[in-house]
Ligand binder design. Structure first.
Ligand code: ADP
Length: 582
């Protein structure tokens, strides 16, 4: 179907161009031979009749103006009218200049070629009309009968285009009626073509062989490649995707190849492309599969947008925020320090009223300090400046320690705290005095992940008035799941999709009074995503919330291999001397 429709859309336009050219030739021929240079008439035995010139004028007007308006709405009809004008202008030209004797007879061959495009009816009609005319000629009904020898040539000149037209349009896809499919599909395809070429997003369609089938004007603008130069070419020669360092991306990271391999939609907001003029542009890209009837990926539709300008602005904004918050942190820290000194009974003497005010000022300054710190971290996560020192971590031991560290804060607020360390799986188990649990290895920055879990824990304490908190660890072969559950107010389903966005705070009576920046969960999401994991929440209003973090799990042998590799990188001489035990 894709082949047929693209053929149809191309041929409707070609038909109209042919009608235009034929019409113009007839009009120009008429003006030159009949009006301006009447001497030429002697050279051109067969002169152009005013009737064909008149029809040609209307055909040219339609081809130049009417067709383009009509084709957007009723494309098949627009094509048919084009064909009608071609038939009428060429038909009268041939008829009035001697029929089979006409030196313009070749033009009729062109009309016949296009006849098959509209299906059986038009093809047969053109064939029948032509042959009725030939039979009438043979019997001398219309004009003089041609000589038998020449007649044969003429019949061949006419029969041949009919045969070509038949095979061109009918023989395209097995014995199925391609002609009708073509004319039906053609109209849809043309309107789709118009949509694709008018949208501002770059659209590229790549077929199974990796060849570009559709390349819209926006794609030309972004890549610097013209549609003509890129159609039919392997997409890798046109869309040169590169990584952050400007190096060609690995084949396994190629979004189009990924879609062919997985039949899943792939979105990539970090990909870059080198244009034909060697310029580097940052893209936001989505590639989706077109699945054929047999379930295989027949084509990939790749839609992308140049976001270089937006990225520059984002970086400038983030830089401004990080510089501002960095600069403001210092005076705020000083104010906080002095307020702490003022509140310290060993250092200063103040009355109870002043203590009350200064305590409030101290709390607000602490909040401001936290806000600046969060702003700084948020800005760094966005522009990629947040540093990650990854290492192999056994998450079980890591969380045991962390749970102990936060337990005190929960107890201070009168909340019970439970820690469940996953033992749902017994493979790779280590036997301790109290617990038997698997080893959960992950390649993460422990400090960053600690920040995230502490933040979830602080939130759980902050928003829970009474009840208990449960921290747990579980997982399967490929993932480690850490969860922090509370018996707090819960979060409504309307708020959940926005919870991990910047500055989002739930606005309800229970939580409004509780201070916060709305940045904690945003930063948490960025850190976890950067660690290759996911963060999400399940919650019921009035019952409590459970925040989950999943991190990619390493097999013990993978963990061991990474540890060795990292140790070698840290001590470059180690593998040379071969003396270092890891
Ligand atoms: P902050 O807590 O500083 O406002 P966060 O990004 O950490 O910012 O949290 C965003 C919002 O999510 C909070 O304002 C709060 O409304 C809601 N929230 C987070 N954790 C919980 C929780 N455990 N229970 C109920 N609401 C929560």
């Amino acid at each position: 179907m894709s082949l047929l429709t693209s053929v149809a859309s191309r041929w409707y336009n070609r038909l109209n161009e042919t009608t235009l050219v034929a019409g113009l030739l007839i009009v120009v021929g008429y003006v030159l031979i009949e009006i301006l240079f009447q001497d030429w008439q002697s050279k051109f035995l067969l002169q152009i009749h005013p009737a064909s010139a008149a029809i040609a004028v209307v055909a040219v007007l339609y081809g130049a103006l009417g067709f383009h308006t009509l084709v957007k709405r009723v494309s098949t009809l627009a094509g048919l009218i084009s064909y009608g004008f071609l038939t009428a202008s060429v038909g009268t030209l041939v008829y009035t200049t001697g029929g089979l004797e006409s030196q313009y007879l070749l033009f009729w061959g062109v009309v016949i070629l296009f006849s098959g495009m509209f299906g059986w009816t038009i093809l047969s009609l053109t064939w029948a009309l032509t042959h009725v005319y030939i039979v009438l000629l043979l019997f001398g009904v219309v004009g003089a009968a041609p000589e038998t020898g020449r007649l044969l040539t003429y019949v061949l000149a006419i029969e041949l285009p009919f045969a070509v037209s038949f095979f061109l349009w009918y023989g395209q896809e097995g014995d199925q009626s391609a002609v009708s499919t073509l004319s039906a599909a053609g109209s849809a395809d043309i309107s789709q073509g118009i949509v694709v070429s008018s949208i501002a997003e770059s659209v590229v369609v790549v077929d199974e062989q990796g060849r570009i089938q559709v390349f819209n004007p926006a794609a030309s603008q972004t890549s610097g490649w013209s549609e003509g130069d890129s159609r039919g070419i392997d997409y890798r020669n046109v869309l040169s995707f590169v990584d952050e360092k400007g190096q060609p991306i690995l084949a396994e990271n190629d979004p189009i190849a990924k879609v062919f391999a997985t039949a899943q939609t792939v979105a990539d907001n970090d990909i870059r492309m080198r244009t034909r003029n060697k310029k580097l542009v940052e893209l936001s890209l989505v590639a989706s599969p077109i699945i054929s009837a047999d379930g295989a990926v027949s084509d990939v539709v790749c839609v992308f947008r140049d976001v270089s300008e937006e990225r520059i602005q984002e970086r400038q904004r983030a830089e401004f925020i990080s510089t501002a918050s960095h600069e403001m942190r210092t005076p705020v820290a000083a104010i906080e320090g002095y307020l702490a000194l003022a509140l310290n009974e060993g250092v200063s003497k103040i009355d109870s009223k002043a203590r009350e005010y200064l305590t409030k000022a101290h709390q607000s300054t602490q909040h401001l300090g936290r806000l600046f710190q969060d702003l700084l971290t948020a800005a760094k996560t966005e522009d990629g400046r947040l540093e990650f020192h990854t290492q192999v971590v056994e998450v079980g031991a890591f969380l045991d320690q962390l749970a102990e560290d936060v337990r005190f804060a929960a107890q201070k607020k009168g909340l019970m705290m439970e820690y469940q360390s996953g033992n749902s799986e017994l493979g790779n188990a280590v036997a301790g005095a109290q617990v038997v649990r698997p080893l959960y290895y992950a390649h993460i920055d422990p400090e960053r992940v600690r920040e995230v879990i502490t933040n979830l824990f602080d939130n759980a304490i902050k928003y829970t008035a009474e009840g208990k908190l449960v921290v747990s660890l579980d997982g399967d072969d490929s993932n480690i799941v850490i969860s922090v559950a509370d018996t707090g107010p819960g979060i409504s389903q309307d708020d959940i999709p926005h919870l991990f966005q910047k500055f989002y705070r739930v606005d309800n009576t229970e939580t409004r009074q509780i201070g916060g920046t709305g940045l904690g969960l945003f930063i948490a999401r960025k850190i976890i995503e950067k660690s290759g994991g996911k963060i999400w929440v399940e919650s019921q209003v009035g019952r409590g919330s459970t925040f989950f973090i999943s991190l990619p799990r390493l097999r013990p042998d993978q963990a061991e291999a990474i540890k060795k590799k990292e140790a070698l990188n840290e001590t470059p001489l180690a593998h040379v001397t071969g003396n270092v035990e890891i």
